[in-house]
Design a protein around this ligand. Structure first.
Ligand SMILES: C[S@@+](CC[C@H](N)C(=O)[O-])C[C@H]1O[C@@H](n2cnc3c(N)ncnc32)[C@H](O)[C@@H]1O
Length: 286
């Protein structure tokens, strides 16, 4: 490290205060690389210099302030279409049909992707809905994508992806069906995009809607929270989920030992429900 441990600590504290993400000492080596764009933009060469600038009022109209730029540069935005496909395929095969039965009277479904990064997760669900358009005719379906990063949410809202991004997780047929090529890149078609909206939001804050969601995806977001922060996040997610709704986590994540709000749904991977509902459901599945 080319700067003092105290400077790295200030950066780690800033990230944790704004996002809950815990930057362990063993991951601090990647800070200068992650911040290289910020260094270039502000003509600085190390973390010590950056920390000195953080106190200065550097707000430029239309641009995030320096501390927000630092936070955004340190977030891990890795994502791709239909990430962990076998997990994702449980949605059209099982979870969405079950919700369709439960909501047959209102014909409304609301889905929240918390920590959706640049939107691939939201667009993947929208593609599933569009592919089953007869099934969902007459339904009101809303997919809300949120992320703490303004930059990621702007990209998600634009729905334009490079050739490399669009090929990650998508076959050619699916790509041509749901995207059109423009001078900017591959744009999600309006028909696929029509159920989705995006909003900047921190999953540790009050939920983004008073109405409870039927399905929440929060995948690969809670990994870098410490245990207390993860418990707070689970409590927020529990308060946002309908009593008989479903929560989907990332393939390598679990609720076991992390929260008493949720329990795994039997015979499903990465799918959880509130504890009482999961007990009822698992008795039927036994
Ligand atoms: C690794 S990406 C995962 C994206 C997507 N869910 C997936 O699994 O492909 C994690 C995302 O969580 C976002 N994130 C981190 N902390 C957050 C918080 N406190 N509230 C909302 N989003 C957060 C990051 O900005 C990043 O875009």
């Amino acid at each position: 490290m080319d700067s003092s441990p105290a400077s790295y600590q200030i950066i780690a504290d800033l990230l944790e205060a704004r996002t809950g993400q815990h930057l362990t000492e063993s991951r601090r080596w990647r800070v200068p690389t992650a911040l290289s764009g910020v260094f270039r933009e502000h003509g600085i060469s190390n973390v010590d210099q950056l920390v000195c600038l953080l106190d200065l009022p550097m707000r430029t109209p239309g641009k995030p302030d320096l501390s927000q730029q630092v936070v955004e540069a340190l977030l891990n935005n890795e994502t791709y279409f239909f990430r962990d496909r076998p997990t994702f395929e449980q949605l059209p095969a099982d979870i969405l049909p079950d919700l369709a039965e439960r909501r047959a009277d209102t014909k409304r479904l609301s889905i929240w992707c918390a920590g959706c990064s640049t939107g691939q997760e939201v667009h993947s669900i929208a593609m599933m809905i569009a592919d089953a358009r007869e099934r969902w005719r007459d339904w009101t379906i809303e997919i809300l994508g949120t992320d703490v990063s303004h930059r990621a949410i702007n990209a998600a809202r634009n729905g334009v992806y490079s050739q490399f991004e669009v090929q990650r997780g998508l076959g050619v047929a699916q790509m041509l069906q749901h995207f059109e090529e423009t001078s900017q890149g591959w744009q999600v078609k309006g028909e696929t995009l029509k159920h989705s909206r995006f909003q900047q939001h921190n999953v540790l804050d009050l939920p983004p809607s008073h109405q409870r969601f039927d399905l929440i995806l929060c995948r690969n977001v809670l990994l870098y929270f410490d245990l207390d922060t993860r418990k707070r996040a689970f409590a927020r997610l529990a308060s946002a989920l309908a009593d008989d709704g479903y929560l989907m986590l990332g393939a390598g994540e679990t609720v076991v030992g992390q929260t008493t709000d949720f329990a795994p749904v039997a015979k499903r991977a990465s799918i959880y429900q509130n504890v009482r509902q999961a007990e009822r459901q698992n008795v039927f599945a036994a």
